[in-house]
Design a protein around this ligand. Structure first.
Ligand SMILES: [Mn+2]
Length: 310
């Protein structure tokens, strides 16, 4: 059988895209790689199951060749976009550096395959080995949507957890110029991280500040830069995404998050995206995975411009 029209038929791949672990250079506009890694989480874990869960539910967002209709504007979105699922990185259990090396190598490869490399799943620790694959990009900016900083030097003595990816990245990625973190909130034992981030010149925008004055918050975003967008699903309110290990109340609404993403993409060149901290097992309703898949789809739709691809 060739046709797998229903969302739940056929092998589950990201957005029902062709499964091409051996994809060739330049083969995809958008290439999706699963990172089933959760050895960096001190919480309940389960982010290793995020790639599988997103594959399962993203079948409902499979792209017809003539694209989708944006019901808000009537515009056609993603017509002609070529997506590929390039598979997963196999982590090495109890070998963090070995796992990170595999992730970095796979990320470097995906950058040759796809115009827009997309990394799905894992706890936030994966962003460090992903960013290592961008060590050739001058003046790389990271825009991070997250309730947390991810900028601790150590947590419980460990330097490689999901509390430290951006701290390690600024140490090892020479071109990483600035990190803009949007959505931080709550009472957290991270004084050292806040001071280190401010000293390094990073920008922290709280969820409260974004809500109070969105225009002022968006004015902190980079412009005309190469941007890596790191989406931690816990930036969203836990009522929207309960399936995450470190939920923080008083989070952003979905439209607030997409407004930030649209602004980032309007002003910059997007060089990669990750989506982290989705722990599907913590949400028996399954809606967290649906929201995550939809968030990726909205990133793709905002990014895709056929005129730019010729
Ligand atoms: Mn977080």
């Amino acid at each position: 059988m060739r046709h797998h029209e229903q969302p739940y038929t056929g092998p589950a791949t990201f957005f029902k895209a062709p499964y091409r672990p051996d994809a060739d250079r330049g083969e995809a506009h958008i290439g999706l790689l699963g990172l089933p890694y959760d050895q960096g989480s001190s919480g309940p874990g389960g982010a290793r199951f995020a790639p599988g869960a997103v594959r399962q539910v993203s079948g409902r967002f499979a792209l017809p060749s003539d694209g989708l209709v944006d019901l808000a504007s009537g515009a056609s979105r993603l017509a002609g976009a070529r997506l590929l699922d390039v598979g997963d990185v196999d982590p090495l259990l109890n070998d963090v550096q070995g796992s990170f090396d595999r992730i970095t190598a796979a990320a470097r490869r995906l950058r040759t395959v796809a115009r827009l490399p997309v990394f799905v799943g894992g706890d936030h620790a994966v962003t460090y080995p992903v960013l290592r694959a961008y060590d050739d990009v001058p003046e790389l900016h990271v825009v991070q949507l997250d309730a947390h900083l991810g900028y601790s030097d150590r947590r419980y003595g460990d330097r490689t957890s999901n509390a430290s990816p951006f701290r390690r990245a600024v140490e090892d990625v020479p071109g990483l110029t600035r990190i803009t973190t949007i959505g931080v909130r709550g009472l957290q034992p991270v004084r050292e991280a806040v001071e280190a981030a401010r000293t390094r010149g990073h920008v922290l925008v709280s969820a409260r500040a974004l809500r109070a004055d969105p225009a002022a918050a968006l004015a902190t975003l980079p412009e005309r830069a190469s941007v890596f967008l790191s989406l931690d699903v816990d930036v969203l309110d836990p009522s929207i995404v309960p399936g995450t290990a470190s939920p923080e109340v008083d989070g952003l609404a979905y439209a607030e998050v997409t407004r930030v993403i649209d602004a980032v993409l309007d002003r910059n060149r997007l060089v990669g995206v990750d989506l982290t901290e989705l722990a599907p097992g913590l949400d028996p309703s399954g809606r967290s995975s649906h929201v995550a898949a939809r968030l990726l789809l909205d990133v793709f739709a905002s990014w895709w411009d056929p005129a730019r691809m010729v």
